[in-house]
Design a protein around this ligand. Structure first.
Ligand SMILES: NC(=O)c1ccc[n+]([C@@H]2O[C@H](COP(=O)([O-])OP(=O)(O)OC[C@H]3O[C@@H](n4cnc5c(N)ncnc54)[C@H](OP(=O)(O)O)[C@@H]3O)[C@@H](O)[C@H]2O)c1
Length: 197
């Protein structure tokens, strides 16, 4: 298992986890990470797009600095699109490859995109579109692509007042990552239940 990170020393040493340099805003690191995985493992079964940044302190779109909008989209949306693009040949090498896009209910079109963090919420709606695209384009080739909202989790992003532990937040993303061929793809999930896009 590879853990993509900008800071290799931040990954706790654990058996069977290999840190791999990855800045999702820098395409060259994506290409190099995929090349290394191909050379070392010759396959990629699961891609989890988890990296994100949050424009929490932004009041509204009208006052959101353009460079902040660019940064949020570069990580949360462009990064996930480019990771999928470059990883697809490996993911499709064996039937049952999985993509788990860690999204957010704040990007739900049905419930209304959250207004608190505009670029973040819009990026998550876009990430859900990536899931739908991957399912439409590659589902028939055996790819299982799903989106998941982890809920409000006590991380740096969620803050200490969040209602969920990291373990609880990771539960459904891990469940989706272990889907077997034939499991339901192309959906948006929370707590192992389908939620509206
Ligand atoms: N926490 C919540 O309540 C909540 C709710 C809904 C959805 N989510 C989603 O859950 C996922 C995980 O969020 P989290 O709560 O764990 O957030 P977090 O505590 O802010 O962690 C975000 C992670 O993304 C990494 N990252 C940021 N920019 C990157 C880049 N350019 N390249 C590579 N990695 C980068 C960060 O790495 P560094 O450590 O190097 O900065 C960090 O490990 C995100 O997709 C988030 O949108 C979270």
């Amino acid at each position: 298992m590879y853990a993509g990170t900008r800071r290799l020393d931040a990954i706790q040493k654990a058996e069977r986890i290999a840190p791999i340099r990855l800045d999702v805003a820098d395409e060259s690191t994506i290409i190099e990470a995929v090349r290394r995985i191909d050379a070392e493992a010759g396959r990629l079964d699961i891609l989890v797009n988890n990296a994100a940044i949050y424009d929490a302190d932004v009041e509204d779109l009208a006052t959101d600095p353009t460079n902040r909008i660019d940064d949020v989209l570069a990580v949360n949306l462009r990064g996930a699109i480019l990771l999928a693009k470059h990883a697809l040949p490996l993911l499709l090498r064996n039937r049952g490859g999985r993509v788990v896009n860690v999204s957010s209910g704040s990007g739900s079109l049905t419930e209304g995109v959250d207004t608190d963090a505009p670029a973040y919420s819009i990026s998550k709606a876009g990430l859900n579109a990536l899931t739908s695209y991957l399912h439409g384009a590659y589902g028939s080739k055996g790819l299982l692509a799903n989106s998941v909202c982890p809920g409000w989790v006590r991380t740096d992003m969620g803050g200490p007042r969040a209602t969920r532990s990291v373990e609880k937040g990771a539960e459904t993303p891990i469940w989706l990552a272990t889907f077997a061929p034939g499991s339901p793809p192309g959906l948006f999930w929370r707590d192992r239940k389908v939620i509206p896009w």
